[in-house]
Design a protein around this ligand. Sequence first.
Ligand SMILES: Cc1cc2nc3c(=O)[nH]c(=O)nc-3n(C[C@H](O)[C@H](O)[C@H](O)COP(=O)(O)O)c2cc1C
Length: 215
Amino acid sequence: MSLNLSADDVLSTTRAVRKRLDLTRPVPRRLIEECVDLATQAPTGRNRQRWHFLVVTDEARRRAVADVYRAAVQLAHGTPLTERDLRRMTAHPGSWERIADGSRHLYEHIHRVPALVIPAVEGRTDRADVTEQAGTWGSILPAVWSFMLAARARGLGTAWTTAQAPLERELASVLGVPHDRIMLAALIPLAFTLGTDFRPAARIDRDQVLHWDAW
Ligand SMILES: Cc1cc2nc3c(=O)[nH]c(=O)nc-3n(C[C@H](O)[C@H](O)[C@H](O)COP(=O)(O)O)c2cc1C
């Protein structure tokens, strides 16, 4: 299954999909395997490839993962936005309401999403310095984004979530992950999208983020 999108189309239209996930249609294992094969073409520091993708499709396990997700969201409820968040939101009025609405929808339905993908990396950075942080996160996040792009190219929708992170240990325990040496990087709901038309997003202007020769 391929939407035959150009590379630029895939890069500019891979949105966080929450309300347009088809909760009724299972995702064939083969498609997920293809996405993982493409994801693992991403770079890693010293080519160590310490990445893992845990795919949860079993109904009882999805429910258990969803319970942890919801408990973590509850824990974080009321976390104040930073000044920087607020500044950025003013650049895109209405964006917070849209995100909150989508996130609420995901919160309510996450147990029904046909596949929950949890990318993980060997090694923990809880007490690491910047070098180790950069090396470890930099060796999993490119692969995760590649996974999401590959999914989009196949008519599948994803959303990066970290809401579960405050209960990462509990999530690891639910899935039998050895938490002392494996870090769960994200939780990615995965489903066919309802419709395949997605648009490029409004972003902060290039001149505010592009620096040339010096800051
Ligand atoms: C690091 C990170 C964490 C995120 N965490 C969540 C989350 O916990 N729940 C959620 O619904 N969306 C989450 N998102 C999705 C963002 O809200 C979304 O990507 C952003 O609003 C931009 O929208 P777009 O991806 O459609 O352009 C997260 C995205 C990133 C990159």
